[in-house]
Design a binder for this molecule. Structure first.
Ligand SMILES: [Zn+2]
Length: 115
């Protein structure tokens, strides 16, 4: 069971994480825009920079997904449903929530889901 104090902590933590991810996405947009397409760089390094852009795009997509998951966790927190396993409805281990507040499964169910 999560105490009121822990709820406030998670609120702050989730809000901070979302802000951090949004900042990282904004920074990534700046750095990818900085690579001009007709730059006088060789074909190989051009491929490298395209590849780097793809990697950066994939990283941004992951971050956007995490923001969605965190936003959902924030909603569960507001509704008093935070920290329950979506599968077995038991409390999710505190260490798991500390590491990733968007977690929806307890350790045991997460293992089952991934196997
Ligand atoms: Zn579970």
């Amino acid at each position: 069971m999560i105490t009121a104090d822990q709820m406030f902590e998670f609120e702050d933590k989730i809000d901070a994480l979302i802000r951090q991810l949004q900042q990282e996405i904004a920074d990534a947009a700046e750095s990818t825009a900085a690579v001009a397409p007709d730059n006088a760089i060789g074909r190989i390094s051009r491929m490298d920079s395209m590849l780097a852009q793809e990697v950066a795009k994939a990283a941004v997509a992951l971050k956007q997904k995490r923001i969605l998951d965190l936003t959902a966790a924030r909603l569960r927190l507001d509704q008093g449903r935070f920290g329950w396993c979506a599968e077995c409805l038991k409390d999710i281990e505190m260490e798991r929530l500390e590491m990733a507040p968007e977690t929806v499964f307890c350790a045991a169910c997460s293992v089952k889901k991934n196997s």
